[in-house]
Design a protein around this ligand. Structure first.
Ligand code: SF4
Length: 266
């Protein structure tokens, strides 16, 4: 590490200098390489459970997860060579092994990281020919959030958000193996005033808004950057409308997932 607290490494053939303590997902972004990830979120503790952010660090033997591997001086990292790509295909196959083929009715379709990574990093086929595990659908977590267990990839983003950010620690993983599912502790209903943030954090369609559920396919909607008027803070949000009717408001950070570009400012 240099005196100014930076480290210099090579990623995909390009030398880059980043602050010490930055992980390989963030460092790779500096050279324009996107390392796919589900469970990693820069504001949450690292969980390292989805494994899709595997990268190769030359001389390290096994592939490493980019979220929990910190950039270091002299590292030579490959984020998308043949070895990494083959490993990611396997990871995508495992993540989808029990996932239902219900994109045609899923509200997340069009802005789902499972869809996007399946196309970008999946093989398109599966070697598993047994029946998918069936898990409950349409579970009410209160008057705002609906949980579809069979779509959940157990990335624990929602679990960590409610524990680390909201401070209510309301959701945990129950059971093991293919029977693993999320439960809300106590009476099964969320109480946090921040509970709808987990819908936006969920990278797949497992958590949906009761208010927006089944209202419209995304590709029929128009989106516009605007400011929330619900309180004096004035958070930046993205409004989604169809046929001149406002259907949903989501945090502006959600924009990297949405399918359509902002068309106008309202
Ligand atoms: Fe992750 Fe969504 Fe499942 Fe929560 S519900 S663990 S955010 S996939």
């Amino acid at each position: 590490m240099s005196d100014n607290g930076t480290v210099t490494l090579t990623i995909d053939g390009q030398e880059v200098t980043v602050p010490a303590g930055v992980n390989l997902i963030e460092a790779a972004q500096q050279v324009g390489s996107e390392v796919p990830h589900y469970c990693y979120h820069p504001r949450l503790e690292v969980a390292g459970n989805c494994r899709v952010c595997l990268v190769e660090v030359e001389g390290w033997g096994k592939l490493q997860i980019g979220c929990n591997t910190m950039a270091a001086d002299g590292m030579v990292v490959n984020t998308a060579n043949e070895r990494v790509n083959e490993a990611r295909e396997w990871i995508m196959e495992l993540l989808l092994v029990n996932h239902p083929l219900d994109c045609t009715i899923c509200d997340q379709a069009g802005e789902c990281k499972l869809q996007e990574y399946a196309v970008d990093h999946g093989s398109g086929v599966t070697e598993f020919d047994f029946e998918k595990a069936k898990k409950p659908k349409n579970i009410s977590w209160g008057d705002k959030v609906v949980f579809d267990s069979e779509r959940c990839i157990l990335c624990t983003r929602c679990v960590r958000f409610l524990d680390e950010i909201a401070g209510t620690d309301e959701v945990s993983i129950d059971k093991r193996g293919e029977k693993s599912t999320l439960i809300v502790k106590g009476d099964g209903k969320l109480t946090s005033p921040y509970q709808m943030n987990i819908i936006d954090l969920c990278p797949v369609g497992a958590l949906t808004s009761r208010d927006f559920r089944f209202k419209s396919r995304l590709w029929f909607m128009r989106f516009a950057d605007t400011v929330c008027t619900s309180c004096a803070r004035g958070c930046n949000v993205v409004a989604g409308s169809r046929n001149e009717r406002l259907l949903r408001m989501v945090p502006v950070s959600y924009t990297h997932l949405r399918a359509h570009e902002t068309q106008e400012v309202i």
